[in-house]
Design a protein around this ligand. Structure first.
Ligand code: SF4
Ligand code: SF4
Length: 98
């Protein structure tokens, strides 16, 4: 594999093609990952609203499903905002790879 130098890398902060963010899988450099605890989930969708990477999957019935780990970068916002059920969080952050 040939090395890329700064002169040959694509310019940052420039949208070269509409919708190209789908090609950049931001989950590859995650150090923490959210874990969904379904029994504590009240389907409030706060996690879906707050996620900056649209990484909370929603099914055809409008119900929350597990995360899309291709794009989740492990920021933890979903876990912070999740109210959970009776004080028990439905999202907890774990170290990646554990
Ligand atoms: S950890 Fe961050 S990027 Fe991943 S699902 Fe939660 S809010 Fe989205
Ligand atoms: S914020 Fe928590 S309780 Fe609300 S839908 Fe997401 S996981 Fe479920």
């Amino acid at each position: 594999m040939s090395k890329k130098y700064w002169e040959t890398l694509p310019q940052g902060s420039v949208v070269l093609e509409a919708g190209n963010s789908a090609k950049f899988k931001t989950g590859s450099w995650r150090s923490m990952r959210p874990k969904w605890i379904e029994e504590n989930c009240i389907q409030c969708m706060f996690c879906w609203m707050y996620c900056p990477d649209m990484s909370v999957k929603v099914n055809a019935e409008g119900k929350r499903e597990d995360f899309n780990f291709d794009y989740c970068k492990g920021c933890g916002i979903c876990a912070l905002e999740c109210p959970g059920k009776k004080g028990n969080k439905a999202i907890v952050m774990e170290e990646e790879g554990k």
